[in-house]
Structures are given as C-alpha cells and as structure tokens.
Write a protein that binds this ligand. Structure first.
Ligand code: SAH
Length: 256
C-alpha cells in the first residue's frame, strides 16, 4: 500500500556547526524550533538542543568511538519510518552534514524510500577552527590548496596522502587525535619536512577551545603531553605558523 505523498513527512539533514549556537544558520534555527522530532548525534551542544520546540521528541543516536549506540542502518531506518508516519524530522549533525557526517548515506536512504529530504549546510569544524584560531586555511602567500581528510585508523595505512600537504598546501585532519603519531610518521615518510608547522585546535569555537602549535615531528608528543581530546582538528601547513598579531587578537576576544 503506498502512502499518499502529501502525508509523507520531510527529513531535514541540518548542520549544527561546531557547537556555538550563534554559528547555526537562521534556517537551521527555524527548522529546529518547528520540528516535533529531532534526531541528533553526540557532537551537538546542549545549548543548541535547547532551541528545539518545547514539545519536540529529542532522539539521541550518539556515536562514540568504541560503542555505537545506534548503527547507521538503524538511523536511516528511523528517519524513513518517522517521515513515512507523516512526521517532519530534523536530523541534526555536528558541523556540516556532508563533511564526514554520513549525511550522504542518510539522504540516499530517504530518497530510496521516496521521502523528501533537504540538506541545510552547517559550519564545518575546519571553517570554525580557522576562524576561531585565526588560521587562514588558504592565503595568497602561503597556501592555494586545502584538503580535508579523515584520520581515523580505518584504512590509514593504504591512503595516499602524497601531494595533500607541503609547501603551498594546507591539510586539515578530522578525527586524527588517536592516530596523530601514525599520521606524522606517514607524512614524514612521504617526504614532508619534519619541521613543517602544525596546529591542533581542540573544541574549536567553544569556550574551552585550545590552540596548540608545533612542528610535524613533535606532533605525537604535543598531542600526548597536552592530553588532547576529541573533538580536535590537526592542521598542517605554513598557514598555522605562529603569528603574534593573530595570537593577540584571540587573547583579546577571550577577554571580551
Ligand atoms: N560533520 C562534522 C565532522 C564530523 S567528524 C563537521 O563538518 O565538522 C568528527 C570530527 O570533527 C572530530 O573528530 C573532530 O576532528 C572534528 N570536530 C568536530 N567539531 C569540532 C570542534 N568543535 N573542534 C575541533 N574539531 C571538531
């Protein structure tokens, strides 16, 4: 029995940005205030969830590295089931839904089930970290290429990163805290200078943000000694080199 299309709900895959509610889009804030069902993952800040409709059902499908509370197929099935039951669903994801967010898979599942899906972009961690730490991901004098890579264990050793980092290029690594030592080793083996500048930005755009700087060869020690925790980004390239004026600007903002 097919459901009349006017009775099918809509799924909105919404980017929640890096955590600061002021970095949501107006569209994300409006959809969040209206939807009766909000399905969110672990990176979404409680202050953002507080913007949901007071009567909305908030469903957490939080994923932590070791224990997945809900497998991806079940998340897709949940979105489709609710929409087919006539509910509009906001699927809130940290950052941007289509940058290491599995938004593509969820959109496919909706389309395959005949459920209308709309994607609302969010500020991805790379953009948030660049702005908050005053690191220009591209710069006319230092970098005309920027790449985003996933640094988690799966497949790290078979990936070819040659060409992604080096002079004139910025490499932004998501999910790389646990594998920082292997990443540094791999890039140096690929020919990157051990003294290439790196920055680690933990909790970008949140009050507890830390920006740590160093050189590639010392990245594993930096991550270990400073006890860097997820969520954090590793940025590799000339653009991260410490600049006193930018550091002063961050300190000034923190005081305000
Ligand atoms: N879709 C998200 C990325 C999800 S993958 C986005 O577009 O930002 C999760 C990884 O994103 C984390 O392991 C971390 O590397 C990065 N990340 C997310 N939020 C972050 C934040 N506030 N500060 C630093 N890194 C962050």
């Amino acid at each position: 029995m097919s459901i009349p299309s006017e009775q099918i709900g809509r799924v909105y895959l919404v980017g929640a940005g890096p955590g600061d509610p002021e970095l949501l889009t107006l569209r994300a804030a409006r959809l969040l205030a209206q939807a009766m069902i909000v399905v969110h993952d672990g990176l979404v800040d409680p202050a953002i969830l507080a913007m949901a409709h007071p009567k909305a059902r908030l469903i957490s499908v939080a994923k932590r590295r070791a224990h997945h509370t809900m497998p991806q197929e079940d998340i897709c099935a949940l979105l489709v089931r609710e929409a087919l039951a006539g509910n509009d669903v906001v699927r809130l994801k940290g950052g941007d839904p289509l940058v290491f967010g599995r938004g593509g898979e969820e959109a496919e599942a909706c389309r395959a089930a005949g459920v209308p899906v709309e994607i609302v972009p969010g500020i991805s961690a790379a953009n948030a970290a660049g702005a908050a730490a005053q690191i220009a991901l591209t710069h006319r004098d230092h970098a005309s290429v920027v790449s985003f890579v996933a640094g988690q264990c799966k497949g790290l050793s078979d990936q070819d990163w040659s060409g992604l980092a080096g002079v004139g290029r910025t490499l932004v690594i998501y999910m790389g805290v646990k594998t920082a030592a292997r990443i540094a080793e791999k890039l140096i083996a690929d020919g990157l200078a051990p003294d290439m500048a790196v920055a680690v930005i933990e909790n970008a755009a949140r009050p507890e943000m830390r920006v740590l700087r160093g050189v590639l060869a010392a990245l594993p020690d930096l991550v270990e000694n400073e006890r860097v925790k997820s969520p954090a980004l590793i940025v590799i390239g000339e653009v991260t080199r410490e600049r006193d004026d930018a550091l002063a600007a961050i300190a000034l903002r923190a005081k305000q």
